[in-house]
Design a protein. Structure first.
Lengths: 421, 242
């Protein structure tokens, strides 16, 4: 098991909702005191089933058979692999496993939630979905899911990535999606941002506002988010549920990178949930790795804030740098986000999840080491997790076990590695 | 000191829109509701929806002064539950409990207690019990199971499940499924549900799903300028009780 491309595990039948096992309750979303109710707005923009899932009291939410079928067609369960080359490089007898979400057609974990979200939009009668994307992995996943399910996709991509990740833009268009650089000239939020700064690099928060505004402009559209909201994290728990089945030994450390928190949560929450229920993994540490370009876990404030720059969505309590924070351009665009999902923020606050931030250079250097020892070029975002894995492994005793989420491959990110390599 | 099953409850913000009108409403609802939840006007009703927030802003009196007018209203037969924000009284829980006793209330519900001050749950319970009141707790559908179970072991007057994200705003949530799930955890504890309740069919389905009591607030307040219309709403909603 776990020596090669494991195919023994079945596609999970349920998603896991960690909220009901947390040590403290998740504070609910709230409206600000000024303006229209953002909570009421959710009715107009989001697929209805997703809103139910955001507020469900169930611990395990059934995955529709149609979604499971698509998961299987796209390659779930993804492989759990042993990083023997990286282990040799480190050379102290620490064992390293990784869950390879880059094996999915979009090259990242994002399809795990794109498929159900587009599916639920379609079930609501939507003809089109709109969303934001940073590096393009989420946009690509939505493009693929939309093509398979039969709805139109419109993607607002942060401008810095739109310019540097042209191949991902072309891929999205290959799947039939319309892709705009954000800030764009098709929404009022984009126009305002361009007016204030014609060279605005864009941010995920701004792209979210644009996608929502675009959704409200037309009939038959639904907005679907790529991270932060709790149902997004819940959909990703197929990763961790499979990993629990696949991994032959209990990990001492589980690592993932964090933009909004979905890939980290996807791998770790089934493990953390088991521990919170007293069902194992007592000694396992959980390490969330962020970019120093957007260090909300290590430097953010725990407070109510908007998930989007325009303040269109309800406020959620999270670790945040402020919704107007514009992270500096970075190759790890998926990590350029001002806040972390409420459940992850709470787990960090409670000391159940540790947090660490790395610079882009530190991360990409680790990504190159991984590429040369394992044969897979990691996504720049995932390289942040790899940096932490290498640093931690060097300090751990022989026989220790590390599991991390290789959330995506970097085959479309060679420009990121150009300087380090 | 309990509430009959099944029950229809009414939420009002004390002294909204005026002391006189508030008292008139208290008079009018006698016999139409099984329990009353009286909000203590606050400057920061953050977990409430737009209508209830407006009532806090517009109440004639603010804070505990607003609640004390119930004291002048000795004819009212149902002992109310007060509802306030713990953030306003974090250093003066005893004072709230004392005022609650003075107006013949049976409990004080703090909707922000679990979210913002979970470390104060034991202190809150102690203050309630020392004052001859019973604790009551507000939870959301995502409150951890272990905590819900623990709350039910305090022998509260009730556990109040907020059906939606905020008062008065419906979302496409399977609220009956959530009620049934929470009922499975709280055992025999009196389970109150509320937020955006506006039809007898909804009352009926919530009771069938496992609720013991259903609270109406926003829908009533929206009709309060015409008391007759507001009272008709209560009669209509009572039709949903078995």
């Amino acid at each position: 098991m776990a020596e090669g491309w494991s195919t023994m595990t079945n596609v999970p039948t349920h998603w896991y909702n960690i909220a009901v096992d947390l040590p403290k309750p998740l504070p609910p979303p709230i409206d600000p005191y000024e303006g229209e109710s953002r909570i009421a707005l959710l009715n107009r923009i989001m697929p209805s089933e997703l809103l139910h899932q955001e507020f469900t009291a169930l611990r395990y939410v059934p995955i529709p058979e149609e979604v499971r079928d698509i998961y299987a067609r796209l390659g779930r369960p993804t492989p759990l692999r042993r990083a023997r080359g990286l282990e040799r490089l480190i050379g102290n007898g620490v064992k390293i496993y990784y869950k390879f979400e880059g094996a999915l057609p979009g090259g990242s974990h994002k399809l795990n939630t794109a498929v159900p979200q587009v599916y639920y939009a379609f079930k609501d009668g939507a003809k089109e979905v709109a969303t934001e994307t940073g590096a393009g992995q989420w946009g690509l996943a939505v493009s693929i899911a939309s093509a398979l399910i039969g709805v139109k996709a419109t993607i607002f991509m942060t401008k810095s990535s739109f310019m540097s990740k042209r191949q991902r833009v072309l891929f999205m268009r290959t799947y039939g999606a319309t892709v705009y650089p954000s800030p764009s000239e098709v929404t009022k939020y984009g126009i305002e941002a361009l007016k204030a700064n014609p060279n605005h690099p864009g941010s995920l928060g701004l792209a979210i506002s644009e996608a929502i505004d675009y959704t409200l402009q037309g009939e038959g559209r639904r907005y679907i988010p790529g991270s932060v909201l709790e149902f997004v994290l819940m959909h990703q728990t197929v990763i961790g549920q499979e990993a629990i089945e696949q991994i032959p030994e209990e990990p001492d450390l589980i690592v993932g990178c964090v933009g909004g928190g979905s890939n980290f949560a996807g791998l770790t929450y089934p493990f953390i949930g088991a521990r919170l229920r007293g069902e194992g993994f007592e000694r396992t540490r959980f390490l969330a790795v962020e970019s120093k370009a957007a260090p909300k876990l290590t430097q953010g404030r725990y407070e109510y804030d908007f998930p989007d720059s325009g303040g269109l969505l309800p406020m959620i309590r999270m670790l945040t740098l402020g919704h107007n924070y514009v992270p500096p351009p970075s190759h790890a665009a998926g990590l350029r986000y001002h806040g972390a999902a409420p459940s992850l923020s709470l787990l960090v606050r409670e000391g159940i999840v540790e947090a660490r931030a790395y610079t882009q250079e530190e991360a990409l250097e680790a990504g190159v080491l991984f590429a040369r020892s394992e044969g897979i070029v990691p996504a720049p975002e995932s390289s942040h997790a790899i940096r932490a894995v290498i640093d931690e492994a060097r300090k751990m005793p022989k026989g220790s076990v590390i599991l991390f989420n290789l959330s995506g491959h970097g085959l479309l990110d060679p420009d990121a590695y150009e300087r380090v390599s | 000191m309990g509430i009959s099953r099944p029950a229809l409850g009414l939420y009002l913000t004390a002294t909204y829109p005026s002391v006189r009108h508030f008292i008139e409403v208290l008079n009018g609802v006698r016999g139409l509701v099984d329990f009353l939840e009286i909000g203590i006007p606050t400057g920061n009703p953050k977990y409430d929806g737009p209508i209830i927030r407006m009532t806090h802003r517009s109440a004639e009196l603010k804070g505990l002064e607003a609640v004390k007018v119930i004291n002048d209203y000795s004819k009212y037969s149902k002992a109310p539950v007060l509802m306030g924000y713990a953030a306003d009284y974090i250093d003066s829980l005893n004072e709230v409990a004392s005022v609650a006793r003075s107006v013949n209330a049976v409990s004080v519900l703090f909707p922000d207690l679990l979210f913002d001050y979970p470390e104060l749950i034991d202190k809150y319970v102690r203050v309630m019990e020392d004052s001859g009141l019973r604790p009551s707790f507000f939870i959301s559908s995502k409150t951890p199971y272990k905590l819900v179970k623990r709350l039910s072991e305090y022998n509260p007057l009730f556990i109040y499940l907020g059906l939606y994200a905020a008062t008065g705003i419906k979302l496409p949530i399977y609220v009956e499924q959530n009620v049934t799930t929470i009922r499975g955890i709280v055992g025999d504890t009196f389970l109150v549900v509320g937020f955006a309740v506006n039809s007898p069919d909804m009352v009926k389905s919530l009771i069938k799903a496992g609720a013991d009591g259903v609270v109406v607030g926003t829908a009533f307040i929206q009709r309060m300028s015409n008391l007759e219309s507001a009272l008709s709403l209560l009669k209509w909603l009572r039709g949903g009780l078995p």
